[in-house]
Design a protein around this ligand. Sequence first.
Ligand SMILES: [Zn+2]
Length: 213
Amino acid sequence: MEIKVFNKFPLFSAQSYLLVKGEKALLIDCGYLSDELIQALKDVTLCGVIITHGHFDHIRGIDNLKKLYPDLKIFYNQTDINFLSNPINNCSRFADKNDVVINEETISLSEGIHAVGEFEFEVIYTPGHTKDSMSILFPKENVIFTGDFLFPRTVGRCDLPTSSISDLEKSLKKIIPYINDELIIYCGHDQATNGKRICQENQYIKDILNKTF
Ligand SMILES: [Zn+2]
């Protein structure tokens, strides 16, 4: 599986990841639909987009993406909280000049194993930064996408609507068994890291490991 990273955006946006297997592709987050991303999409058949959580900087490009691909499937962790069309919950009202309101239908991803096109992945709910945060693990490729839940040296901020520090701690405990030395960890706003490095460099992970063992 090839992983293409899109992070050169004129606006503040999360990174998008285009996963490619042969002719098929799966997109993780779409904070901005750049020309570069549009170009890359021309070479593949897009099987869907997965939203790691409903913050504006991860979803703002969805409307434009839907214009290009009207039948596109949008996969998401639907909770009882509306993020996508609520500018307060998706933080666009405070952080962006324009409210972000996404009214597209989504397909809810339950926890567990899923297959979309050629892609097999496991959904792990990891709330804390937001209630709808989830991580997407590709076991065969030993790769995980953590959105804004987990970064190489820190965790997502927990002072936003639906943030919960106790949920975050539970999510950290939950994710630890999935971490192995070679696991590649891709997050929303930083460089990738691996399992070995995150256990050495992320104080939040270290604290949980020290409490557990
Ligand atoms: Zn976020």
